[in-house]
Design a protein around this ligand. Structure first.
Ligand SMILES: [Zn+2]
Length: 317
């Protein structure tokens, strides 16, 4: 099996993580900086370069053959640019060119963060062995990615699988993306919490009004908290069913902070799927929790970089 290393970058609105990852998906070295998300673009790039400088100083760096980047989106893989919603200093920012310059001209592969998570789950996690899968991250936002015919399907710009912005409520609430009734507008953590608060749910003495606190109340049987999760589950089910009906996936993997809610989310999600995934070829669709932990973005970025190398199939990417 291919055992050379690749460098991986996981770029989000909170942190920039980097690693050297081997052909088995094991992290051999790592570096991290906080994202100076509100600073100008070159200051943000300085944090990326600081992470890369730590990696290039590693004695293992000489074995690195490529760099994979999973970035908060939107990304444009065809242009090598990124415009993360939460990093206003980066608009059409030439990230690929800048990373290549900082990484000794190694080849650079850019994908969106949802696609990176999907690559990780397919390579090492819950979607392993599945040739047609949808993987989702349900947290502050709702992201995702697709595996089709056994291969990651990033699409021409690296954004395919953006299930959070499929509309499941034609006349629903406006979404920050500009559309209405998007899955994210109903199922994200902040929207689960907002809906519960609007319906009269109140946080406990610790004042925690997050979706995780709503999940705790739902576990104790609070009907308003239960109803907010049921509504989120309904939106996720409609989006998953639409995806399955369109491209015949056989598994949907749900991760992220909301995905950690357990049965509070998965029980109504599986029930709602029976309402929406109705045709014979989608009725056996499985919905399971994600298996990859906090390193999913790094492992997925590494998978994307490995997929560029000639013996990529050895890595089952
Ligand atoms: Zn939207």
């Amino acid at each position: 099996m291919h055992t050379d290393l690749v460098a991986a970058l996981d770029i989000g609105g909170t942190k920039i993580a980097g690693a050297l990852v081997d052909g088995h998906g094991r992290i051999q070295a790592r570096a991290q900086r906080a994202t100076p998300a509100q600073e100008d673009g070159d200051t943000v790039m300085g944090a990326v370069e600081a992470v890369l400088a730590e990696l290039t100083a590693s004695p293992l760096w000489g074995r690195a053959t490529a760099v994979g980047i999973g970035s908060a989106g939107p990304v444009d893989a065809s242009a090598g640019t990124v415009s993360p919603v939460n990093v206003p200093g980066w608009r059409d920012y030439p990230l690929v060119r800048r990373v290549r310059a900082a990484a000794g001209d190694l080849p650079v592969e850019l994908i969106g963060d949802g696609v990176a998570i999907t690559a990780a789950e397919h390579w090492q996690g819950a979607a392993r062995g599945h040739d047609n899968a949808l993987c989702m991250v349900v947290s502050t936002g709702v992201g995702g990615g697709l595996v089709l015919n056994g291969r990651l399907h990033p699409g021409p710009t690296g954004n395919a699988g953006h299930i959070g912005h499929i509309s499941v409520d034609l006349d629903g609430d406006p979404c920050p993306c500009g559309a209405r009734g998007c899955v994210e507008r109903i199922a994200s953590g902040p929207n689960i919490a907002r809906r519960a608060l609007d319906a009269g749910w109140r946080p406990g003495p610790d004042g925690d009004a997050s979706a995780a606190a709503v999940a705790s109340s739902a576990r104790l049987g609070d009907p308003v908290a239960v109803a907010s999760f049921e509504r989120a589950a309904q939106a996720l089910a409609a989006g998953i069913a639409a995806t399955a009906t369109l491209v015949e996936i056989d598994i949907a993997v749900v991760g992220g902070g909301v995905g950690k809610a357990g049965d509070v989310l998965f029980a109504p999600l599986r029930k709602a799927l029976t309402d929406y995934a109705t045709l014979s070829f989608v009725q056996r669709l499985a919905v399971v929790p994600a298996q990859m932990g906090t390193d999913a973005g790094l492992v997925g970025a590494a998978a994307a970089a490995l997929s560029r190398t000639p013996d990529a199939t050895a890595a089952h990417v």
